[in-house]
Design a protein around this ligand. Structure first.
Ligand code: KIV
Length: 275
């Protein structure tokens, strides 16, 4: 069954948890879809985990469209959310609608995500009015890493916590169908979740959000440049990959790969005529 923004809304109403992961390519998206994951975010985190940048700031619209289209070809049932990269929506409401439209039209996602609270509400409203569902993202918003002075937990003081609660209400009011809460103290995330009617999707925001999201290379232990406290490694795929690469290298060096079953045949009669 195809997951839609309505599925997300109904899940919150029924108290059913929503599972989301990031993906950036066809094969991984297909595996996640077969596993039954509700939503796939083609995150601008691809700048770090796929392209090796130190942050997400260099990711372009072309990068996002390219990877979103690949994921969309692989996942038939998950709701696909395309992330709007740095400076594709902050510059104006016009740019925001134009670029969200490109992501949906060329990337074939069913929703877009953008970072920020009150300051991007005009963009959220205008994109939503163009019939493109918007997932908001507040708390630690990685595109603001330079303004924050690093990747830090948000909303710890009374003033900051109040501001985050207000931002969550503001993005709901502007028309967002869901909101990501990143690096927010668990009790504050619980309060936000209870205070708004749209689903909260947590990453480093405790168990009481309506859903969870993780970067797949983090939860499969494939990316070691950074290991945030909130990441749980559900499988040691990085180690398995290394073992596979080493075994291949060894058999190649020894000449035991390829074996007979991996070879194409030709009749002796044909080959003998070539000598
Ligand atoms: O880009 C991304 O992967 C994200 C998630 C971490 C929520 O924004």
């Amino acid at each position: 069954m195809k997951n839609t923004v309505t599925t997300f809304k109904d899940a919150k109403a029924k108290g059913q948890k929503i599972s989301m992961l990031t993906a950036y390519d066809y094969s991984t998206a297909k595996l996640m879809d077969e596993a039954g994951i509700n939503g796939i975010l083609v995150g601008d985190s691809l700048g770090m985990v796929m392209l090796g940048y130190e942050d997400t700031l260099s990711v372009t619209m072309e990068d996002m469209i390219h990877h979103t289209a690949a994921v969309a070809r692989g996942a038939k049932n998950a709701l696909i959310v395309g992330d709007m990269p740095f400076m594709s929506y902050q510059t104006s409401v016009y740019d925001a609608v134009y670029n969200a439209g490109r992501l949906m039209k060329e990337g074939r996602c069913q929703a877009v995500k953008l970072e920020g609270g009150a300051s991007v509400c005009p963009q959220i409203k205008a994109i939503t009015e163009a019939a493109i569902p918007v997932m908001a993202h507040i708390g630690l918003t990685p595109q603001s890493v330079n303004a924050f002075g690093g990747f830090k937990v948000q909303g710890k003081s009374e003033e900051a916590a109040r501001r985050l609660l207000e931002e969550a209400k503001a993005v709901e009011e502007a028309g967002a169908f869901a909101v990501v809460l990143e690096c927010v103290p668990a009790k504050l995330a619980e309060l936000i979740t209870r205070s708004i009617n749209i689903p909260t999707i947590g990453i480093g925001a405790g168990p009481d959000c309506d859903g969870q999201i993780l970067v797949y290379q983090d939860m499969l232990a494939m990316y070691s440049d950074m290991k945030p406290k909130f990441v749980k490694q559900f499988a040691q795929v990085g180690q398995l990959m290394k073992e596979g690469f080493t075994a291949y290298m060894k058999e190649t060096e020894e000449g035991t790969f390829p074996a007979e079953e991996h070879c194409f045949k030709i009749s002796d009669e044909v080959i003998s005529k070539l000598y």
